[in-house]
Design a protein around this ligand. Structure first.
Ligand code: DX5
Ligand code: ZN
Length: 223
C-alpha cells in the first residue's frame, strides 16, 4: 500500500520540517492539495510555493499534486514546471478531459482523474485506458480532518473490477488512490477493497503523535 502524505494539516509555519519528517520517516512522496477557493471553498497554495518546496526537498521526492481548481486544463503546465511529477485533475472541473490527460502526459508527468464522492466511476471508463491513476474522494474536497465517507466502498470495488478487467485484456494498469479520512482504523479495509494508494493528511500530521509514530500505526494496521 502506497501512503501519500497530504501536507494540508501539517504545521504550515514549519512546513519544511513537517515535510522532512515525512520523508525521514520513509515516505517517498508528498500529496499537494492545491485549492483555488472557487472549485472548493478553501484556498491553499500554488506553483511558487511548490517550487520552493522542491528546492527544499530536492528531486527525489515524488510530488503528487491534486488540483482542486476550476482552470486545471489551462494551468496544469505551471505545476509541472514547478516540479510536480503526478497531476490529478477533477472530472467535475475539466471540460475536455481526454485532451487534458494526454497533454499532461505529453508534458512528461503522469495523470490522475479525481472523482468527487457523488461522481460515478462510470465517468472515468472512457479514459481509463489512458489514465495513470483514479483518485476516489472519500471526503468532499476542500479540507483535511473530515470523516471518511464509507459509501465509497462499492465505488472502489467496481473500479477495481474495471481496472482488473482492463489489465486482463492487455490494457494499462491504473492505480486506485483514495483521498480523505484515511486512518489506522480503516486503512486495512481499503486495501481489502482494492485500493493501491492512500492519501493521509490528519492521520499523519496531528497533535497526537509524530509523523513517524503515526506512520508506524498505519503500517501496523496493514500487517
Ligand atoms: C481534501 C484533500 C485531501 C485531504 C486529506 O480536499 O484532497 O487530500 O487533505 O486529509 P485527511 O487525511 O485529513 O482527510
Ligand atoms: Zn487531496
Amino acid at each position: 500500500m502506497i501512503i501519500a502524505p497530504s501536507i494540508l494539516t501539517a504545521d504550515l509555519g514549519n512546513l519544511g520540517e513537517s515535510c522532512k519528517s515525512a520523508i525521514d520517516a520513509g515516505l517517498d512522496r508528498l500529496h499537494l492539495d492545491v485549492m483555488d477557493g472557487s472549485f472548493v471553498p478553501n484556498l491553499t497554495f500554488g506553483p511558487p510555493f511548490i517550487s520552493m518546496l522542491r528546492d527544499v526537498l530536492g528531486n527525489d521526492v515524488l510530488f503528487d499534486v491534486h488540483l482542486m481548481i476550476s482552470n486545471a486544463e489551462n494551468t496544469f503546465q505551471q505545476y509541472i514546471d514547478a516540479g510536480c511529477n503526478h497531476i490529478s485533475v477533477h472530472f467535475e472541473a475539466v471540460n475536455h478531459l481526454h485532451r487534458c490527460i494526454t497533454a499532461i502526459q505529453e508534458s512528461g508527468a503522469t495523470a490522475g482523474l479525481a472523482l468527487n464522492p457523488s461522481t460515478p466511476i462510470e465517468n472515468a471508463l472512457e479514459v481509463l485506458p489512458i489514465l495513470d491513476s483514479v483518485v476516489v474522494m472519500s471526503v468532499n474536497p476542500g479540507f483535511g480532518g473530515q470523516s471518511f465517507i464509507s459509501s465509497v466502498e462499492n465505488k472502489i470495488r467496481r473500479l477495481r473490477k474495471a481496472i482488473d478487467d482492463q489489465v486482463s485484456n492487455g490494457g494499462k494498469v491504473v492505480e486506485i488512490q483514495i483521498d480523505g479520512g484515511v486512518k489506522s482504523h480503516n486503512i486495512r479495509s481499503l486495501r481489502d477493497w482494492g485500493v493501491d494508494n492512500c492519501v493521509v493528511g490528519s492521520g499523519l500530521f496531528n497533535n497526537t503523535g509524530t509523523v513517524e509514530q503515526n506512520l508506524a500505526e498505519l503500517r501496523k494496521a496493514l500487517k
